[in-house]
Design a protein around this ligand. Sequence first.
Ligand SMILES: Cc1cc2nc3c(=O)[nH]c(=O)nc-3n(C[C@H](O)[C@H](O)[C@H](O)COP(=O)(O)OP(=O)(O)OC[C@H]3O[C@@H](n4cnc5c(N)ncnc54)[C@H](O)[C@@H]3O)c2cc1C
Length: 356
Amino acid sequence: MSIYRVSVHRIQGTVGYQFQNWANTYSCRPEFYFEPASVEEVRQVLELAKQRNKRVKIVGCGHSPSDIACTDDYLIRLNKLNRLLQVDTKKKQVTVEAGMVLADLNEELAKLGLALSNIGAVSDVTVGGVIGTGTHNTGIQHGILATQVVAITLLTAAGDTLECSDTVNHEIFQAVRLHLGALGVVLNVTIQCVPAFKIHLQQFPKTLTEVLNDLDTHLKQSEYFRLFWFPHTDKVTVSYADPTDKPVKTTSSWLWNYAIGYYLLEFLLWIRSIEQVKRSDKAFNFDCLFKQHVSDWSIPIMQIRPALEQLKNWLDSNPNVQAHFPVEVRFARADDILLSPCYKQDSCFINIIMYR
Ligand SMILES: Cc1cc2nc3c(=O)[nH]c(=O)nc-3n(C[C@H](O)[C@H](O)[C@H](O)COP(=O)(O)OP(=O)(O)OC[C@H]3O[C@@H](n4cnc5c(N)ncnc54)[C@H](O)[C@@H]3O)c2cc1C
């Protein structure tokens, strides 16, 4: 099918565009694909969709491992609505357009001496996208990324602009902070930042039994604590990450970056302690070079032991199932965002990756 641009109504749309998510697991061919350059153009797409009884989806960077951004009707990418709009240096808050990619935001914040207090494993994702799916990282004092959001400007299906925050349209704010792309177009997002910081990363080996027995200590010991459990074994790599004033110090991360086989990776990582100091966003991110299937389960933190034991038992009784990568266990603070996996409970995320 060929791709061509047409003028629909007053805006340019593309016919024949194929959307593919990052992992190449889902794709779609929307009837029209748009890259609006202004809010007015977004509004025109919504108006057209209403007239023709079509649904509209927004796509960020397409990093969701699901088909959540797919549609047969109209697809909008906000890559041209990606500016830093406002900086409140006193409150350490920035307002950005929702199409802004975190990699660009991290650089803008660094210039201002600011940073995001926590981000996920990649920065090739948009501000609108990360809050859409409840993106999280780790650290029991820290909520999912959406908890850093203090205000949102939403464009509703009717074409109205709605401001929402803790004090204005509070209920809508609680819903739209994790919107699943289903509540309208997120136009602008105001984010609470923190002073720029570096992170001291330390990794060291333990057994699963030891880590589960000392879980509370680990959670208190390190601000961004996580663990990697090597299925088919009792081995765990504990990862501590904490703010530091130490100078930047990096070592090669080739172990992570190359597919050297699960069992070799397991052995090398487990025997090796790693220590690095990096700018915060560089420390949170890591190179996910390989296309993968991901399932990331959120459970109440109290359930971590039975959940991992059950997973371990299931693997033991299904020897034909081979793990491809360590199971990553992360933690997040309770919040009050309506659709959050951490709604009113401190939670633990169990992340299972299988390479494609
Ligand atoms: C390699 C890799 C690593 C990852 N690491 C993590 C991790 O550490 N932690 C974690 O929690 N997740 C992680 N993810 C998942 C990722 O953070 C989320 O899927 C996130 O939503 C992707 O952002 P995106 O901009 O690509 O959004 P998309 O996938 O493009 O869209 C996600 C949803 O948001 C909607 N949307 C996007 N922008 C808007 C807008 N402006 N208005 C309305 N709706 C909108 C879309 O319609 C869709 O429903 C990872 C994904 C990959 C591929």
